[in-house]
Write a protein that binds this ligand. Structure first.
Ligand code: AMP
Length: 603
């Protein structure tokens, strides 16, 4: 007898389980299935996403419903469309050998008429998001007055998302004498309220530690200056070349911005947030599932229900306001028995939040340092060497070998290796060679960057590393951010993608760096340079220090063909913003005054 048989499941389900390749029940399945099969009871199960909870309620539900009847007998409420579809797919697989079982998903953003038609055909199990469910009940398109089982999945997430009233409303349309099974990763007060109000002496099971993050997740934090979040993120990505991650930002705007910057810097990134259409979100999620997107930048709400199992890293670009939300975020990694890392990029003043999270998840964070540029170069170097070693030889190359040999003749093995490695490595090196340690959050205030930047020959304007820092009399007021200003400079002076860096946009003026070799072209271009009749003035800054959101390509792998659709969307958005910024930039004059009242570089 297999372990699944011992739980009391019938043969048709056992056959489906065998097809799925599940060898033994997970903890939540072992605990929940016998209880749910043996009695008609309410149940509260505290279990994280990724513990196998869908099967924990799905197997008993399929076993218990009457597939010969077309009446809706089971209702599953879940927070998001993604999760709703995932549950529907799973239940369809579990019931593949059970004749006549019809599982229908209803969720917002898709045709309500199509969904109503499917329900009309007879759906013993309905999986729904609360908003659309309420809507369909209101229009008389679905009848849940005879259900025997109601499952609230990820109850804490549903309540987090503000579905409390909808859920109460939906439950008031269900019969009193039914069983309610509530699954939740955590037990905040609102979930207890629902449990008390709508459930009768529920049995309780807990998987793992109550309220804890998955134990397979390692939690790390990195202290950086507030404005170094983005370069820190890039370094974390570059330190983990095979990263497959979700990056959480607090707002839709930040989410879009970070994704755009990553795409601009050559990463396989995409944005997922509520301002995208459902269609765009589906495209992004498909690319992510196929790993064409390696770094998915998301808001908390949009990321709910992400059902991807092998996410290696969750990166908290900013910490969420609620500790509870951190648990949901970190739960996106370390799923299905795999290990994962949850990283937090944090400023010194936020450090106390780490303590609070540690108390909540009952797990200690590891304090880590953002790797230095040279450490990253070393990692990339070995990664590259291994990649070459593991590359499967394409036999087609044979046809071209004689010609290639001709080209490379006279180069010995060592030189050839150096050259091959340099093809990829030089770009990383050039970028990181110029960058500073990000682990000193208050270094700007101490002015040590200026110290480091002072020139060997005593000319304070030309720093030792050959970079020149400039002042330009346009800033945020004129509609620029670091990215649009970089584009403007690059286009105007006709420079390359990586030639402008350390762009730092202040309210009414900005700073940027170039290599000393570009100084002449820059100063020449901006002599008597006018946009819409207004002078735009560039001068070499007296304080050549760097910092800010700096650009530069930290990554060479631009094979983002599949992420392309998302990338294009982002690029389009960026284009729109640039247009707006440019027109603003040209209209916001008074530069003459500002030119003479120039402030000094503040760090
Ligand atoms: P869930 O917690 O329901 O989101 O499930 C997480 C993942 O684990 C899903 O991809 C399931 O297909 C898979 N899974 C569920 N139960 C088992 C099991 N007993 N053995 C192996 N994989 C499972």
């Amino acid at each position: 007898m297999t372990k699944f048989e011992a739980l009391g499941l019938k043969q048709s389900i056992l056959n489906a389980i065998s097809d799925l390749g599940f060898e033994s029940p997970s903890e939540v399945q072992e605990k929940a299935i016998p209880i749910l099969l043996e009695s008609e009871t309410d149940l509260v199960a505290l279990a994280q996403t990724g513990t196998g909870k869908t099967a924990a309620f799905g197997f008993p539900l399929i076993q218990k419903i009457d597939s010969a009847s077309r009446t809706t007998q089971g209702l599953i409420l879940s927070p998001t469309r993604e999760l709703c579809l995932q549950i529907t797919n799973e239940l369809t697989l579990y019931s593949k050998y059970e004749k006549g079982v019809n599982v229908v998903a209803i969720y917002g953003g898709a045709s309500i008429t199509d969904q109503a038609r499917q329900i009309k055909r007879g759906a013993q199990i309905v999986v729904a998001t609360p908003g659309r469910m309420k809507d369909m009940i209101g229009r008389g398109l679905v009848d849940i007055s005879k259900i025997d089982y109601c499952i609230l999945d990820e109850a804490d997430e549903m309540l987090n998302m503000g579905f409390m009233e909808d859920i109460k409303d939906i439950l008031s349309n269900t019969p009193k004498e039914k069983s309610t099974w509530l699954f939740s990763a955590t037990m905040p007060r609102e979930v207890s309220v629902i449990a008390k109000k709508f459930m009768h002496s529920p049995q309780e099971i807990t998987v793992g530690t109550k309220n804890s993050g998955a134990t397979t997740v390692q939690h790390e934090y990195y202290v950086v200056g507030g404005r170094d979040r983005y370069p820190a993120l890039k370094r974390l990505a570059d330190t983990n070349p095979d990263i497959f991650s979700v990056i959480f930002c607090r707002t839709k705007r930040d989410t879009q911005k970070v994704a755009e910057k990553l795409i601009e810097d050559g990463y396989n990134a995409g944005a997922l947030h509520g301002d995208l259409s459902q269609n765009q979100r589906d495209l992004v999620m498909n690319s992510f599932r196929k790993k064409q997107i390696q770094m998915l930048v998301a808001t908390d709400v949009a990321a709910r229900g992400i059902d991807v199992d092998d996410i290696t890293h969750v990166i908290n670009y900013q910490l969420p306001d609620e500790i509870e939300t951190y648990t949901h975020r970190s739960g996106r990694t370390g799923r299905a028995g795999k290990s994962g890392i949850s990283m937090v990029i944090i400023t010194k003043s936020e450090l106390r939040k780490i303590k609070a999270i540690e108390n909540k998840i009952q797990q200690a964070f590891i304090s880590k340092k953002i790797p230095t540029g040279m450490e990253i170069c070393e990692i990339q170097l070995y990664h590259l060497a291994n990649k070459i070693k593991d590359t499967k030889i394409n036999e087609e190359v044979d046809n071209y070998l004689p010609a290639i040999n001709d080209v490379l003749q006279g180069i010995d093995r060592e030189e050839l290796i150096k050259k091959i490695i340099s093809v990829e490595f030089t770009r990383f090196f050039n970028y990181y060679n110029k960058t500073q340690d990000l682990n000193t959050p208050d270094s700007r205030d101490r002015g040590d960057r200026e110290e480091r930047g002072r020139s060997r020959d005593g000319d304070s304007r030309i720093p030792a590393d050959g970079n020149v820092r400039y002042f330009i009399n346009v800033g945020e007021k004129d509609g620029y951010d670091w990215m649009t200003l970089k584009d403007f400079l690059r286009d105007t002076v006709n420079l390359g993608q990586d030639d402008i860096f350390k762009v730092d946009v202040k309210e009414s003026f900005s700073f940027f760096n170039t290599d000393a070799s570009a100084t002449e072209a820059i100063l020449k271009t901006f002599t008597e340079f006018k946009v819409d009749g207004r002078f735009v003035n560039v001068e070499v800054s007296k304080s050549p220090g760097g910092g800010g959101g700096g650009g530069g390509r930290g990554r060479r792998d631009r094979s983002r063909s599949g992420g392309g659709r998302d990338s294009r969307d982002n690029d389009r958005n960026k284009g729109r913003r640039r247009d707006r910024s440019d027109s603003k930039g040209s209209s916001a004059s008074s530069s003459g005054k500002r030119r003479t009242k120039r402030k000094s570089d503040s760090y």
